[in-house]
Design a protein around this ligand. Structure first.
Ligand SMILES: [Zn+2]
Length: 305
């Protein structure tokens, strides 16, 4: 089955200024590298639709969603937390980012695609049920999971988050929902700092600064792979953050492209066994432009093969 790359031009309209690492140029870096690699010619592209309020209400409190609609500035900016800012076009970008994830679920569940990557921003995994945080407005991967459970009645979804930061928002949204197995690897101690121990279906995997591919792979093998396999997911979702790359100075991991290739292939094997290869990956962090483009390219290639 084919692979689909979902995005929307509006995802580049959220622009909080030249000094901010979460910039529209991140999407250009991904597209440029996909074209340079030749991979662009063999993938299906789809343009996202906006998520509806009802779809967002599945993952977020109604009052929170409505507040973001109400506080969009006509000009200037609204500061939601220390590093999360709303500009006039931010809400529009966030609606397409979440909507891309809804579309990806629809295409996978209706057998229109086998795997999907959502090249979207703002990212989502720090956004909690009722709180914007860490560059994130809506939790895109949580919207995808909730949509898959709501519309297609799925009962077992694995979410793997290999961003260098803990997916606190995703944990918050699914902490009491055993239909979701959430696996998050992250540098610790590091932002967002006060991470709890998780529970039987929230598998938090803190790793020290300086963690390289060997340390990362060993931890994934020892702590995750058997548990994901035993969970027998009906769909595998990935919060794909590439800020653990050694060229990325946002944090202090030393991962390289082959590590992202490796984990993607391991997850693909589990997807092949339990869910006909179905995987949905959505962009989270990754701020070193060249490393981001290269890493996304190997990640997509590994999902396709
Ligand atoms: Zn991150």
């Amino acid at each position: 089955m084919s692979f689909v790359f979902i995005s929307h031009p509006a995802c580049a309209l959220h622009d909080v200024g030249d000094e901010h690492p979460e910039s529209p140029e991140r999407l250009d870096a991904i597209n440029d590298r996909l074209i340079a690699s030749g991979l662009d010619y063999s993938i299906l592209r789809a343009e996202a639709a906006k998520a509806t309020r009802k779809q967002l209400y599945l993952a977020h409190d109604k009052t929170y969603v409505d507040k973001l609609f109400a506080c969009t500035p006509k000009e200037g900016k609204v500061q939601l937390d220390d590093d999360t800012t709303m500009m006039p076009r931010s809400l529009e970008a966030a609606l397409y980012a979440a909507g891309a994830n809804v579309m990806a679920v629809d295409m996978l569940m209706q057998d229109k695609a086998g795997q999907a990557f959502c090249a979207v921003r703002p990212p989502g995994h720090h956004a909690e049920r009722d709180k914007a945080m860490g560059f994130c407005l809506f939790n895109n991967i949580a919207v995808a999971a909730h949509w898959a459970m709501h519309k297609y009645k799925l009962e077992r979804i694995a979410i793997v988050d290999f961003d260098v930061h803990h997916g606190n928002g995703t944990e918050d949204i699914f902490f009491d929902d055993e239909r979701v197995l959430f696996c998050s690897s992250y540098e610790y101690p590091f932002y967002p700092f006060n991470v709890g121990p998780g529970n039987a279906h929230i598998l938090n995997m803190p790793l020290p600064p300086g963690t390289d591919g060997d340390g990362f792979r060993e931890a994934v093998i020892n702590q995750w792979l058997d548990k994901i396999d035993a969970f027998a997911p009906q769909l595998i979702l990935i919060s794909a953050g590439f800020d653990g790359h050694y060229e990325d100075d946002m944090a202090h991991f030393r991962l390289v492209e082959t590590d992202y290739d490796w984990i993607t292939r391991e997850l693909k094997q589990i997807a092949n066994k339990h869910c006909n290869g179905k995987m949905l990956s959505t962009l989270e962090g990754g701020y070193a432009m060249s490393a981001l483009g290269r890493s996304v390219t190997v990640h997509i290639k590994a999902m396709m093969e």
